[in-house]
Design a protein. Structure first.
Length: 201
C-alpha cells in the first residue's frame, strides 16, 4: 500500500515537472526569440502582455484556446488555505569577518557592526534583507547575474572606520625618549680612575 502511494506521488511529481519543462520549451520557441530584457521585472511585464495573446490562440491538442478552459479549471480547484504559505528564501548564519552573506552565487554586504553575531537572511524575487535581533542591517536589490559582490557604500565606510579603530587599539605605545647615562659616570661612582689612554687604571 505504501509502495503504491509512493509510486503515485512520484508519477505526479514527474508529470508536474514535465508540464513545467514543456512550458519552458514553449517560451523558448515562441516568446524569447527576437526579444531583449533589461531586468527580471521587464521580462515579467513583457510576458504578462504576451500571455493573453498566446492563450487566446486555439491549440490542436486541446481542441480550443487555453483561455476557454480557465473558468472550468478554477471551478475544479480547491479553496486557498486561510494562511498564506511561506515564500522566498530564509536562512540563519553567523556573519563572517568579511561582513558578506551569500545567496545563490552572489555576495551581499552587511553592516560590519554585527560581525560574529547570528543574522537572518530573507530574500524574495526583488530584495535581499539581513536582520540581527529584529533590526535590518542590510537591504539590497536582488541581483540575478552570477558571481557578483554587491556592496552598500555605507557598509564600506563603516568597515574602514572599524578597521582604523582596531589598528589604533592594538598599536604598541610610542616609547618615550629617555636620557642615556654616560658610562663614565659608573666609573666615578665606583671610584675607578682612568689612565691617560682612557682605560681603567
Amino acid at each position: 500500500m505504501v509502495r503504491k502511494a509512493v509510486g503515485q506521488l512520484c508519477s505526479f511529481a514527474q508529470s508536474r515537472c514535465a508540464l513545467v519543462e514543456r512550458f519552458h520549451d514553449y517560451l523558448e520557441r515562441s516568446f524569447l526569440p527576437g526579444r531583449s530584457f533589461e531586468s527580471p521585472a521587464d521580462f515579467n511585464s513583457q510576458l504578462s502582455a504576451w500571455l493573453p495573446l498566446a492563450n487566446g490562440r486555439p491549440k490542436r491538442a486541446l481542441g480550443c484556446a487555453p483561455a476557454a478552459r480557465v473558468e472550468a479549471d478554477r471551478a475544479a480547484m480547491l479553496t486557498l488555505p486561510p494562511v498564506a504559505p511561506v515564500v522566498g528564501w530564509n536562512s540563519t548564519q553567523r556573519l563572517p569577518r568579511d561582513h558578506y552573506v551569500r545567496l545563490d552565487s552572489n555576495d551581499y554586504s552587511v553592516h560590519p557592526s554585527v560581525v560574529g553575531r547570528r543574522v537572518e537572511v530573507r530574500a524574495d524575487l526583488a530584495r535581499v534583507q539581513v536582520s540581527c535581533d529584529g533590526k535590518i542591517v542590510a537591504d539590497h536589490a536582488r541581483v540575478w547575474a552570477g558571481h557578483q559582490s554587491i556592496t552598500d557604500p555605507a557598509h564600506l565606510v563603516a568597515a574602514k572606520a572599524l578597521r582604523r579603530a582596531r589598528v589604533e587599539l592594538v598599536k604598541p605605545p610610542v616609547e618615550a625618549d629617555v636620557q642615556v647615562r654616560d658610562l663614565a659616570s659608573y666609573d666615578t661612582v665606583l671610584g675607578l680612575g682612568t689612565d691617560l689612554q682612557g682605560g681603567v687604571a
